[in-house]
Design a protein around this ligand. Sequence first.
Ligand code: PXP
Length: 242
Amino acid sequence: MKLGVNIDHVATIRQARGTRYPDIVEAAEACRRGGAHGITIHLREDRRHIQDADVFAVKKWGRLPLNLEMANAEEIVAIALKVKPEEVCLVPEKRRELTTEGGLDVVRDRKLKQTVARLSEAGVRVSLFVDPDPRQLEASLKVGATCVELHTGRYCDTRGTIRKRELRRLAAGAKLAHKLGLQVNAGHGLNLDNLDGLASVPHLDTLNIGHSIVARAVLIGLEPAVREMLRAMKGIQQHAGR
Ligand code: PXP
């Protein structure tokens, strides 16, 4: 299982004061030294953390594959087509949300197919951020995605029987996505305390984790925080016998 580190919140600290530090490429490099397999950044339409220049800078640095999370908005799609990250993960975006809420409605969104095609033709692998709902997974394949990122937010935010049900949905979703030939990633809200549940979710290729790693980095540094998460991921894989 691979780890993509989302470094949006390194930019959040910089934007809070309008400084030039902390440097986003230095953060990407620290993640690489810590063993990360990829860097994820989310260029939001409101530019609340990551800025256009960050996307170009991380791509130019180029020492790890770049996964660009973004809304299906023409202005952002145009930037993605210029930068050509290794992967784009399309996400729903609302202006007033604190962070991404819920997955894409691939079944009903008629604009997705064309964007997936444009990005794919430019050589960018396209992932769709979806809830582990069979209809959304089947629709993801139909619109041409090669990968899905299962939304783990509901699992992370709930407790007890609801959490157990969410975990079962994630496991079933991962099985179906794999059967459909889609690469299965997962992310949102994952941290050292809730990661263990994912031992029951098969076929996971990459976990995209951001906030909890950057928060931990404030106390122990980014490189050790990445190593710590990778150790925890190895632990759950051993537990699952994978
Ligand atoms: N995956 C997607 C699609 C996201 O939108 C986010 C948040 O930007 C993440 C993963 C990372 O979530 P977190 O910061 O909660 O680890």
